[in-house]
Design a protein around this ligand. Structure first.
Ligand code: G3P
Length: 255
């Protein structure tokens, strides 16, 4: 198992209006009055729900942390529909997902976009949860490790951090997202290990040793323990199973 503080992060995606978000946050706070030692928990609601979830009656005064699902890299100005780092910071938000395959696919975001987001977030004191992962076609061609390490190198080019806790990586094989098909724990370790080796090349051993690398893709209470036995898997980025307080809490308890 990994020697780093585990991170169990819930990506709610485009689910839950204000009332539903508040109810789910409340149910989670009730289900997780304490978080096991060596585990950190974060939920990432839709942008419009962040404020209500951050307040009293949400995760305020609870150990559950808050993350966003997206950000724009410019500081302010005429960017209709976008949200800046400073706006997220004022909620307050500690983490922000970037590079998710849904954003790369449906919204045509590029490695260059993710790189700008990573730099803006780090400069503003928010920890990026940088997603990467290969398609089924790439995996079947045996090119998954090369593909993912190239995504990491391109997305993190010129990114500077002074400690490993300023960055999180999430390995999410696209074929395992929302499909009920999970990678095996060995598949996850193979790629997460290669990601760590790439992080060592970029940031040096000491910093790379402190960066959490998560697995995501149909992670649930029944399979999370297997992933967390692996030395380079430091937690999970959970989609579907994070929308039910009892399943998400069960995953935290197994971490
Ligand atoms: O970011 C989390 C994610 O894409 C995985 O989704 O529903 O397969 O857990 P899910």
């Amino acid at each position: 198992p990994s020697k780093r503080t585990r991170l169990i992060a819930g990506n709610w995606k485009m689910n839950n209006d204000l009332n539903e978000a508040k109810d789910l946050a409340q149910a989670l706070v009730a289900a997780l009055p304490e978080i096991p030692e060596g585990v950190e928990v974060c939920i990432c609601p839709p942008t419009v729900d962040l404020r209500v979830v951050s307040c009293k009656g949400g995760v305020k005064e609870s150990p559950i942390k808050l993350g966003a699902q997206n950000v724009y890299w410019e500081a302010s100005g005429a960017y209709t529909g976008e949200t800046s780092v400073a706006m997220l910071k004022s909620v307050p938000v500690e983490y922000c997902i970037i590079g998710h395959s849904e954003r790369r696919d449906y919204f045509k975001e590029t490695d260059e976009d993710e790189n700008k987001k990573a730099k803006a977030l780090i400069a503003g004191g928010i920890v990026p949860i940088f997603c990467c992962g290969e398609s089924l076609e790439t995996r079947e061609a045996g090119e998954h490790v090369a593909f993912v390490t190239a995504q990491i190198k391109a997305g993190l080019e010129g990114v500077e951090i002074s400690s490993g806790d300023q960055l999180v990586i999430a390995y999410e094989p696209i074929w395992a997202i929302g499909t009920g098909k999970t990678a095996t724990a060995d598949d996850a370790q193979e790629v997460c290990g290669a990601i760590r080796a790439t992080l060592v090349e970029i940031f040096g051993q000491e910093i790379a040793d402190g960066i959490r690398v998560l697995y995501g893709g149909s992670a649930k209470p029944e399979n999370i323990a297997g992933f967390l036995e692996k030395e380079d898997v430091d937690g999970a980025l959970v989609g579907g199973a994070s929308l039910k307080a009892d399943s998400f809490a069960a995953m935290v308890e197994k971490a």
